[in-house]
Design a binder for this molecule. Structure first.
Ligand code: PAF
Length: 282
């Protein structure tokens, strides 16, 4: 695997592959890689000849009181894991390389309405940071396809909208959620769950499944289901952030006749904020 820190050098390496007619797949990450990230690399391999992974802990998408400084940085381990699944190129730039004019002066990409709800309501500015860095990474790598995990459903939907609205010639592909045996969705932030909390940390997933079962059985009072799910999460000892039944494409509250519905939730443990979702076709 080739490792690049500079935009110029990764571009040169990729230009050569593109001249040879190779299709480029891209998996952007913030590192601290686990099996779910490696599954995204494997998905990209199904669509492309060359797979590029990026590792960049993007300060622009973290709020002032969030965990940018304690976000786990495990580059050496990450490199070994990427090599083990046959990733071809790793791009891991320094902050100065991505934001040479400073973050305050950085041109921003904003996807209105979808970015202010759900996770965006609890994390103001988060998705602006995501779409800004992803559009920069798309311009640097210029991949044919890019894979994003379905666990971050809102992120995926917003990136899809951004590529559509800005006519970016990248096909955005969804990578399945990878779960622990008890259903907890794999996430870099799971390392912050305490040993005491861990046995019940799958409650978010259990409540999502319960709500989906109720909808499949014909329940149409989504508000009632959302409130009940939040009560289940509180009863398990966690603080619910949001729990919403949404239209899968727009993320607006689901209407009774919507065909594609996604149920999304977020909850706080003592040390982590966990998110998860399940999509339904009615
Ligand atoms: O999902 C992530 O890890 C990040 O939000 C991403 C897409 C790499 C942008 O920094």
């Amino acid at each position: 695997m080739q490792v690049f820190h500079q935009i110029k050098s990764v571009r040169e390496a990729l230009q050569q592959a593109k001249n040879e007619g190779k299709k480029v797949g891209f998996v952007p990450t913030m590192g601290n890689l686990h099996n779910a990230h490696l599954a995204l690399v494997k998905t990209a391999q199904n669509y492309a000849d060359i797979v590029v992974c990026s590792i960049f802990v993007n300060r622009l998408q973290f709020g002032l009181n969030e965990d940018w400084d304690k976000y786990p940085r495990t580059l050496e381990n990450d490199i070994q894991k990427l090599k083990s699944v046959g990733c071809h190129i790793l791009f891991c730039p320094e902050e100065q390389e991505i934001y040479p004019n400073g973050m305050d002066a950085q041109t921003r990409v904003i996807v209105p309405s979808m970015a202010d709800v759900l996770c965006g309501a609890s994390r103001p500015g988060h998705f602006e940071g995501v779409t800004t860095v992803v559009s920069k990474l798309f311009h640097i790598v210029q991949p044919n396809i890019a894979v994003f995990g379905l666990k971050d459903f809102q992120q995926l939907a917003i990136i899809r909208r951004m590529t559509e609205d800005l006519c970016i010639p990248v096909e955005v592909i969804a990578g399945d959620i990878v779960r622990e045996d008890d259903g907890l969705a794999m996430s870099s932030r799971n390392t912050f769950i305490t040993a005491k909390e861990r046995p019940k940390a799958n409650q978010l997933h259990l409540s999502l499944k319960w709500v989906c079962e109720q909808i499949n059985q014909g329940e149409k009072d989504f508000q009632l289901l959302e409130n009940e799910a939040k009560a289940q999460i509180s009863a398990a000892g966690f603080r619910p952030d949001y729990f919403n039944v949404c239209n899968s494409k727009t993320l607006a509250p689901a209407a009774n006749d919507d065909k594609y519905i996604t149920v999304l939730g977020a909850m706080y443990t003592q040390g982590a904020r966990l998110i998860d979702n399940i999509s339904l076709e009615l």
